[in-house]
Design a protein around this ligand. Sequence first.
Ligand code: NDP
Length: 480
Amino acid sequence: MIISNFIDGKFTEPIEERMMDNFNPADGTHIATIPRASAADVDAAVLSAKKALPQWSALTILERADWLDKIADALEEIKEEIAQTESLDTGKPISLARSTDAARSISNFRFFAEFARSQEPLVFEMSDATNYVHTSPLGIVGLITPWNLPLYLLTWKVAPALLMGNCIIAKPSEITPLTANLLARTMQRLQLPDGVFNLVHGLGPEVGQAILEHPDIGGISFTGGTSTGRIVARTAAPLFKKLSLELGGKNATIILDDANLESVVPGVIRAAFTNSGQVCLCGSRILIHQSIYDEFCKQFVEQVDAMVVGDPSDESTQLGSVISMEHLQKIESYIDLAIEEGGEILSGGSRAMTGQVGPNPAGAYIRPTVIGGLSHLSRTSTEEIFGPVVTLHSFTTDDEAIEMANCTEYGLAGSIWTEDAERGRQLAERVDSGMVWVNTWMHRDLRTPFGGVKNSGVGREGGRWSLSFFSEMTNVCVKR
Ligand code: NDP
């Protein structure tokens, strides 16, 4: 398969005619040739966005909400193709690609369409005057997204950006370009006005950097790693671009002494190993009250040992491959580090698939890995691994649990498991992070603020926070 950039409503070859390869991480096969675009392609995309902006931004928000519904309907028709494509490109289980990636990519458009219709005008009455808040689009926005939830995270930005009247230059991760291409195909089929949605494929330091530096791009919404986020901030901030940064995490899962392990263990496993731990929200540091530590370990390790790692197209697979061989080597280097730091591998730790027919040896597979015996301050326990690796730690008091939860540079998410929801709620407020779940994980209401504190990011997405990011506000005060 050969894919192209999508600029000005047309699929176009990269101006410098450079291409690169895209592989299936589950078996190492070549699946696509994609553009290795350059700043010249970004210029062409910005030019088309500039032409499209006046007409697109002149539509009412309700007219644009209708467009979002049309896009959702069209994606719904190719839902299975989205799931199959995402599974092929990322190595994730087809069941997960269906239930999470495809489903959420569609609901992102539906949600923002509905949300727009529920908005009331912002009016502030004074005794002698009326203030009302007029919103206008930012203009041309750059959307840069990672490989773990490719279409899910791209549409999470595309939907509110379109809704607020912006024109888009999107750059997906070059490792997972295929579903963004499906989105472009959908936009073309629906005849979304040319130039409103542009897609430029290529490398971060080339295309991504050109987007950051382009003087006509007024806002950047970036999701990716913290070190790349630093480059984004360093480049875009002096240009006074509006910036949203959704970055890495090293999230704590806190299990209190009163937790009911029968129901908690499956929840903690889901938090730890969904998408092979390659979700920014995954709970990779599990903090357990000392009084239940041994029993938790026993049940947790038994259930992790039984997880099925396998071919992503097999419906029974729970963990597919990780995203690439390079990423697998990074994960393995952290397992080696854990051993050097005095950790004990309680489950997994290697590519060897015990007790089951192994998946394709050319694929980037690793067993879900549980490590005990490490200090909560060790590098393994504080640096983001972004793979199926968790560390276990015990605590004795709630204060100690909070101190341990807050000891990393990150602050994205966390979860607390207890029979006493009120105690959980109170403790949640003391975790330095943007999101905390009590007795659940990744239970999302799209109206709520999503984002991190500390080195996990700046700003929030979701509901009115997305609408606010993708617009400028003018307060108009009319004296009576
Ligand atoms: P990266 O930071 O490597 O890449 C993210 C995107 O940025 C990619 O499209 C990448 O392109 C691009 N990029 C790389 N360098 C530059 C640059 N100099 N200028 C502009 N763009 C650039 O992240 P990963 O793709 O490895 O994704 C994993 C990371 O994302 C993890 O740290 C994870 O925690 C985080 N993440 C955060 C989420 C959140 O909501 N907080 C959600 C999901 C993931 P290319 O691929 O070509 O390098």
